[in-house]
Design a protein around this ligand. Structure first.
Ligand code: AMP
Length: 629
């Protein structure tokens, strides 16, 4: 059985951690870092790049580079209209009105699940390399405020990547687990998680191994990216004022502005002013244009004041739902890179009157918590109980388009609740169950997670049939709905696959694609290694021949040269067997040359009691035949 890891699949960065000897350990990636940028890019030949290498080429290849895909997980097209303009790649409508990223280099579209799976595959491979064993399952975190469609999409992404997703847990809960693992006394903790693309506030009671989430609230469209965009908008408008050119029309320029804006934002966390200097940002008939502007922290705070107002809303709602005053919180934990902004820290201090706790690295705390939960599920970590809640109310649409709640938000999960409904007209043969998630009183204002029909209701006057609808939320926060007509026992159920999700067939196809890709990647790697070895061999044999001069007879030289040519020809192609076969032949020749040279050297040594200057290390001779003076 393979290992289970904990994964923080972040909007901006992702982290993988594992329990080792009872302690959570963050895994160092193949690139030697502890976080992986959640960026996937494609070269013009379709080669896939994930992480830091994908991020690095984003400026020169924006239309084939996908970042912040988490924002689109589990979304239908209507929900991302305003987002489409923010990303450098194109979001296109897919089946069931789902969204997909159009990748010109591949000539096809990728669903957000597939893109996320590519990030997860990289984390899995890095973890396997680090652990020296297979990784086959994972606990993956999501923002507490993720709805059912977004959770299911995340679970599907894990499956596509070849991971058995043992549990989906909420990021703030994971953070609390990491923070409170050793806490004995009872405490009320507020986790304030402002990441790259999402914002979550959770209130938990922690003590003696029990982690009970009291309330959670958030905004799944608020994060560091929005702060960057405020700077980008400002830069665009200043540049327009100054130069009369709209940089928004130039994709590469926008990507450069975005990178520079993020950098400036990060710098402003540590200093009062910073300079944004982008030479050759664009050009017009009069020549190249440069952007050079100074931004102060005060200006940045002015530009982002409305975002700080948005932050307050979920903060107060979580506390209100937990029936607590801000000052009753014992400990505030800051999670997510965006909590490094002084204005965010000041706001938290001002609201709670507490100095925030930053004892666990905010970039790693979520993955660490996920690894702990993996340990709990694997039996490695004992005496920990996690009681999480559902972040949004769930229910059905009833007569007149009214949203009837069956499970209230902040109910501890897993949970199961039923309610009985009836028909509206005489002899109604079927009812449509529209499953909704949200807080608004009217059905149309909430998210429809899916619809299904309960058929076969026998002819009866209105209000006679008894239709029992049961909502069952599992520990992942994923919903299953069953409707049953009590008289006949006729039953219909669905595991919600909301509008933003994939159907089973799609998922299976994607799993196969991913596996194939892993296989292709492996083959590609082998081919590259073989080519590399072949090039080394031809190089060293040629060098030996050159240096051997007339010590090697013409016939041998001729044969070796032919074999070198054969290897070269094979290297130009992609047939690994051909490369290996020609290499084997060249190796035989190379050995023959070595023998000749060796013989020559020992004869010389015998003759002059000299010191041979040759060394034969393995099958390739790298000789220096100059006599030592
Ligand atoms: P996360 O999703 O938790 O990895 O957070 C990523 C976000 O944090 C990105 O928007 C980063 O720009 C932002 N971030 C990272 N470090 C800082 C910093 N020192 N100051 C402000 N924002 C930061």
């Amino acid at each position: 059985m393979g290992k289970t890891v904990g994964i923080d699949l972040g909007t901006t960065n992702s982290v993988v951690a594992v329990m080792e000897g009872g302690e959570p350990v963050v895994i160092t990636t193949a690139e030697g870092t502890r976080t992986v940028p959640s960026v996937v890019g494609f070269k013009s030949n379709g080669d896939r790049l994930v992480g830091v290498i994908a991020k690095r080429q984003a400026v020169v290849n924006p239309e084939n580079t996908i970042s912040s895909i988490k924002r689109f997980m589990g979304h239908s097209l209507g929900e991302v209209k305003d987002e489409a303009s923010r990303v450098s790649y194109k979001i296109v409508p897919g089946k069931n009105n789902t969204v997909a990223a159009s990748v010109p280099a591949l000539g096809k579209e990728l669903s957000p699940e597939e893109v996320s799976a590519m990030i997860l595959q990289k984390l899995k491979a890095d973890a396997e390399a680090y652990l020296g064993t297979t990784v086959d399952s994972a606990v993956i975190t999501v923002p507490a405020y993720f709805n059912d469609a977004q959770r299911t999409a995340t679970k599907n992404a894990g499956e596509i990547a070849g991971l058995n997703v043992l549990r989906i847990i909420n990021e703030p809960t994971a953070a609390a687990l990491a923070y409170g693992l050793d806490k004995k006394a009872n405490e009320t903790i507020l986790v304030f998680d402002l990441g790259g693309g999402t914002f979550d506030v959770s209130v938990l009671d922690v003590g003696e191994g029990v982690f009970e989430v009291k309330a959670t609230a958030g905004d799944s469209h608020l994060g560091g990216d929005d702060y960057d965009n405020k700077i980008v908008e400002w830069l665009v408008s200043e540049f327009k004022k100054d130069q009369g050119i709209d940089l928004n029309q130039d994709r590469a320029a926008v990507q450069r502005l975005r990178d520079a804006a993020e950098k400036a934002k990060v710098e402003l966390s540590g200093q009062a002013t910073t300079n944004i200097n982008l030479p050759y940002i664009t050009a017009d008939a009069t020549g190249p244009k440069h952007l050079d502007i100074t931004v102060s922290r005060a200006k940045f705070e002015e530009l982002t004041a409305d975002l700080m107002e948005r932050v307050k809303v979920p903060f107060f709602r979580a506390l209100e739902d937990a029936k607590l005053k801000p000052t009753e919180v014992d400990e505030v934990i800051l999670v997510g890179g965006s909590t490094r902004m002084p204005q965010v820290q000041d706001l938290v201090k001002q609201l709670t009157g507490k100095e925030p706790n930053r004892s666990v690295n905010p970039d790693e705390v979520v993955a660490v918590g996920a690894a702990i939960q993996a340990g709990v599920l694997g039996g490695e970590v004992k005496n920990i109980v996690l009681l999480d809640v559902t972040p949004l109310s769930l229910g059905v649409e009833t007569q007149g388009g009214i949203f009837d709640k069956i499970i209230d938000r902040n109910t501890t999960i897993p949970t199961k609740k039923s309610r009985t409904y009836t028909t509206a007209v005489d002899n109604q043969p079927e009812v449509e169950i529209n499953v909704l998630q949200g807080e608004r009183p009217m059905a149309k204002d909430n998210k429809s997670l899916g619809r299904f029909h309960l058929q076969g209701i026998p002819p009866m006057p209105a209000r006679m049939p008894q239709i029992e609808v049961t909502f069952d939320i599992d520990a992942n926060g994923i919903l299953n709905v069953v409707a049953q007509e009590k008289g006949t026992g006729s039953k219909q159920s669905i595991t919600i696959t909301g509008s933003g999700n994939l159907n089973r067939d799609d998922i299976e196809r994607m799993i196969r694609d991913a596996e194939m890709n892993a296989e292709n990647d492996r083959k590609e790697h082998e081919l590259r290694e073989a080519k590399n070895d072949a090039e080394k061999l031809t190089y060293s044999t040629e060098k030996t021949l050159r240096e051997a001069g007339d010590k090697v007879d013409e016939a041998t030289r001729q044969r070796a040269t032919e074999k070198i040519e054969a290897v070269r020809k094979a290297v130009n192609g992609d047939d690994i067997d051909e490369i290996k076969a020609t290499m084997a032949q060249l190796e035989t020749e190379s050995h023959a040359i070595s023998e000749i040279l060796y013989k020559h050297v020992s004869e010389q040594a015998d003759a002059s009691e000299g010191k041979p200057g040759a060394s034969n290390d393995g099958d390739v001779i790298d000789a220096d035949f100059k006599e030592e003076k």
